[in-house]
Design a protein around this ligand. Structure first.
Ligand SMILES: [Zn+2]
Ligand SMILES: [Zn+2]
Length: 333
């Protein structure tokens, strides 16, 4: 595909999309109802539908029987952990291997012209971004993700919340499913602002920000405290009327969906003329500039709190103004 029809490449080889980033029409004021039908397909496809399906399939066919999960036992916990380790490895590798190892589409649609594997980087374990990403993701990320999934299974088995069925409450549960990414965005934004406070940034979140040029295995390359905070979004399903598949969808959205923001390419080429939009540019800019785009733009939270960067020169200028004001404030104190 020709990536220069929808973007441009600078001297360093970095590709930038022509269209400025926009927040979803769902939350714009005044309401932009006419734009909703055009936007909804991109909300559902392909990622949200994929994670809804994986949640339903995992819960129905790969999780232990609900009765088994009523009591904590290593057997079923290890079963879910093994399932998640295999699934995460397959899904993350399905993007990392063709795009970063085989470089199937070279640097077409790639935001950062360089590949992180080209040169060792002492910021990472063994000098390799990939090695640290894999070890942190599989070493603490997936086990903590699994812990929350087991908590959902154990709670459902004991009737501690999660009691609604699709047969009795289809409309409510479908509406709740629709809101899962919105809740994730709100929770992620709040947690993310929290871990950008100086102490938590220094000891916790800086681990994730070592990846200035992220790739799929950077997604869960986090300190375990950040894993705990990040996946805690699912706890809401224990206090509101909900269903375990919807709660698991929230966790799949967080665990598998994290990859989408770290792909590093604007489009994954499927054929010579067709590609899959990743919507990864918003979070890529966060990794590049640190203090912009704490959310993914589904809700206008960054606009509201003055940290939105739409990827344009105007976004750069606004960021520069904020940065200078911050330095001036720091110098006054
Ligand atoms: Zn990130
Ligand atoms: Zn951050």
């Amino acid at each position: 595909m020709d990536d220069l029809t929808t973007g441009k490449r600078n001297k360093r080889g970095d590709w930038v999309p022509n269209a400025p980033l926009a927040t979803s029409p769902l939350f714009r004021l005044p309401p932009q109802l006419a734009k909703l039908p055009g936007w909804l397909p991109s909300y559902f496809l392909p990622w949200n539908v994929l994670f809804m399906v994986t949640a339903a399939v995992f819960w129905t066919w790969f999780f232990p029987d609900v009765a088994v999960m009523a009591e904590w036992q290593w057997g079923w916990v290890v079963q879910i952990l093994a399932l998640n380790l295999i699934a995460a490895t397959l899904f993350y590798s399905a993007l990392e291997v063709p795009l970063y190892l085989k470089r199937r589409q070279a640097n077409r649609f790639k935001y950062n012209g360089k590949f992180p594997g080209d040169a060792p980087n002492p910021a990472f374990w063994f000098g390799r971004q990939n090695a640290e990403g894999i070890l942190r993701s599989l070493g603490t990320g997936v086990p903590i993700w699994t812990g929350f999934q087991c908590l959902i299974g154990w709670s459902a088995a004991n009737g501690y919340g999660l009691t609604l069925t699709f047969a009795e409450n289809p409309v409510y549960l479908l509406a709740l499913g629709f809101c899962v990414p919105i809740w994730h965005e709100f929770h992620f934004y709040c947690v993310h602002r929290l871990i950008h406070t100086p102490l938590l940034y220094k000891y916790v979140h800086s681990v994730h920000h070592h990846s200035v040029n992220p790739s799929p295995w950077s997604s869960l390359s986090m300190h375990p405290v950040e894993h705990l905070l990040y996946f805690s979004s699912c706890l809401i399903h224990l206090v509101i009327p909900s269903n375990p598949i919807i709660a698991l969808y929230g966790l799949h959205y967080a665990g598998f969906g994290a990859v989408v923001g770290h792909i590093g390419f604007d489009k994954i080429e499927l054929t010579k003329t067709r590609g899959l939009d990743t919507h990864a540019y918003t979070h890529y800019l966060h990794h590049k500039y640190f203090e912009v785009n704490y959310g993914d733009g589904l809700m206008p939270l960054d606009r509201l709190f003055g940290s939105w960067h739409d990827g344009t020169a105007a976004g750069d200028a606004a960021m520069e103004v904020r940065f200078k004001a911050k330095v001036a404030r720091a110098n006054r104190t």
